[in-house]
Design a protein around this ligand. Structure first.
Ligand code: NAD
Length: 497
């Protein structure tokens, strides 16, 4: 029976509370379920199946059986299925966005923007399916020809975070299905329903049973299910997006089976503002980047470095614009900032603010959890700006993942680049300047996989996404590289008679 939801869907058939295995909606083998909370109210609003390692083999066997056929399906047919999936997701955009808002807390407009961004991936990878090509070479040895063919690697497992539950799946599944792989997704415990809804639409789009499966699990059940999926001998590829800590655990498990692995990990991204920058432009870009999903994006600006001459003026612009934010439940039309997604994020933010205060930082605005106040029954944290930030503070060493902005002051470009690179992470870096020479130097000298130059928005389906250092390895999205993560290259050598 469909649960009594706190919102109305135009297409109620999208909402599933069972796992998707082999094209069937099934309870978990244990028959256990777990509760999912609305971060905006802290109330439980639905329960999802708590899958365990007892569900792994049936899901992987079904994905493998589907793979033996799907790998031979023509690229054009795979592209057509992806385009059908794309059009169905597009048609159900607002319903999917509503589910995302109740799972993550983000304002409805942001959930809709996530859908629009995510649809770039289904569209892009449908095109990529037909552009997978091998090569023919005439080698030095006489009378020989050498060919390479690209083939799908096999069953892929996707372990994904809660912060962009639709976009993270479509970025992975788009590439995997374009390549001819089948995929099993283990969503985050916070966001099972949006991923199950994508599964519903994948079936409707005509993907055969087992091509796309979804196994939700609880927070407690996560390590065991993730490990059993990654260790299954028929799984040949693991794609993980999440924290660096868990990414390292997943990499070790994959190393045991020598499995190909993509890791999209933590950020701690620097954002540099030079005195010659257009301050209005820089502030608008920074606030859009930083306050999106209440600071819970891997590519958000974690450390903001502002040149001494404009530090005061820039802080004022940021504070004034931030005061205009309306904090509230994501489903309220007036809300421009929602809660953080989990209660544990509140504790981390509070600890970072306390540490910054103790080390001499000044809290210009905000600084407190609002959770529990009459108007704020959910996991709300005040939009917070801290000046006088220092590299010794927690806020500089760890990702914040909350609406807390730390402003560091710098004197010279050299000093700033040194501080910006003083982190084990290397996902994205941003800078604002009008100086062309400096633009080139920073592009070369900042240690990150993605560099935003006079922009805070550098991610799109057609551009490679991924980090360096402890932000992981492998690329998602972008021409050639992303689909390649799901392919093997086979070399054929022919002697001509
Ligand atoms: P997380 O590492 O806790 O979880 C990520 C995934 O791993 C989830 O599916 C989770 O259920 C699973 N998981 C958790 N513990 C596990 C364990 N012990 N063994 C196996 N699997 C486990 O991360 P999160 O809190 O969901 O997301 C926030 C993190 O993700 C941040 O560090 C953020 O920067 C990062 N992130 C990175 C990108 C990127 O593209 N680089 C994108 C989004 C988020």
């Amino acid at each position: 029976m469909a649960p009594d939801l706190p919102f109305k869907l135009n297409n109620p058939s999208l909402f599933h509370t069972e796992a998707l295995i082999n094209g069937n909606w099934v309870p978990s083998a244990s028959k256990q379920t777990f509760e999912v909370q609305d971060p905006g109210t802290s109330n439980t609003w639905a329960t999802a199946p708590d899958c365990t390692p007892a569900d792994t083999d049936s899901a992987v066997q079904a994905a493998y059986a589907a793979f033996t056929t799907f790998r031979t399906v023509s690229p054009r047919t795979r592209a057509q299925c992806l385009l059908k999936w794309d059009s169905l997701i597009r048609a159900n955009r607002d319903d999917l966005a509503t589910i995302v808002t109740y799972e993550t807390g983000k304002p409805l407009a942001e959930s809709q923007a996530e859908l629009d961004y995510a649809l770039g991936f289904t569209w892009w990878f449908a095109g990529e399916a037909e552009r997978i090509q091998g090569s023919v070479q005439v080698p030095a040895a006489p009378g020989r020809r050498v060919f390479t063919v690209k083939q799908p690697i096999g069953v892929a497992v996707a372990l994904v975070p809660w912060n962009f539950p639709i976009a993270m799946i479509l970025r992975k599944a788009g590439a995997a299905l374009a390549a001819g792989c089948t995929m099993i997704v283990k969503p985050s415990p916070e966001t099972p329903f949006s991923v199950l809804a994508l599964g519903h639409l994948a079936m409707e789009a005509g993907f055969a049973p087992g091509v796309f499966s979804v196994l939700p699990t609880s927070l407690d059940g996560t390590p065991a299910l993730s490990e059993s999926l990654c260790r299954h001998p028929l799984v040949k590829k693991v794609t993980f997006t999440g924290s660096t800590r868990v990414g390292k655990l997943v990499a070790k498990i994959c190393a045991d089976g020598l499995k190909k692995c993509t890791l999209e990990l933590g950020g701690n991204c620097p954002f540099l503002v030079f005195a010659d920058a257009d301050l209005e432009q820089a502030a608008t870009a920074l606030l859009a980047l930083k306050w999106r999903h209440a600071g819970q994006a891997c590519i958000t600006a974690n450390r903001v470095y502002v040149q001494k001459e404009v530090y005061g003026a820039f802080t004022e612009i940021l504070a004034e614009k931030t005061r205009a934010l309306v904090v509230g439940h994501g489903a309220e039309k007036t809300t421009t900032m929602g809660p953080v997604t989990t209660e544990r994020s509140l504790d981390k933010a509070a600890a970072q603010v306390k540490d910054a205060r103790e080390l001499g930082g000044k809290v210009v605005m905000g600084g407190h959890s609002l959770y529990g106040q009459d108007k704020y029954p959910g996991f709300f944290f005040e939009p917070t700006i801290i000046t006088g930030a220092k590299s010794s503070m927690l806020i500089a060493r760890e990702e914040t993942f909350a609406p807390v902005m730390a402003l560091f002051q710098f004197d010279t470009e050299e000093e700033c680049v040194k501080e910006a690179n003083d982190t084990s992470m290397g996902l994205a870096s941003y800078f604002f300047t009008k100086n062309v020479d400096r633009t080139w130097r920073l592009l070369e000298n900042l240690e990150a996989g993605m560099i935003g130059m006079n922009t805070g928005n550098s991610s799109a389906a057609e551009t490679p996404f991924g980090g360096i250092k402890e932000s992981g390895y492998g690329k998602e999205s972008g021409k050639d590289v992303a689909v390649n993560e799901y392919l093997i290259t086979k070399t054929g050598t022919l002697t001509l008679s």
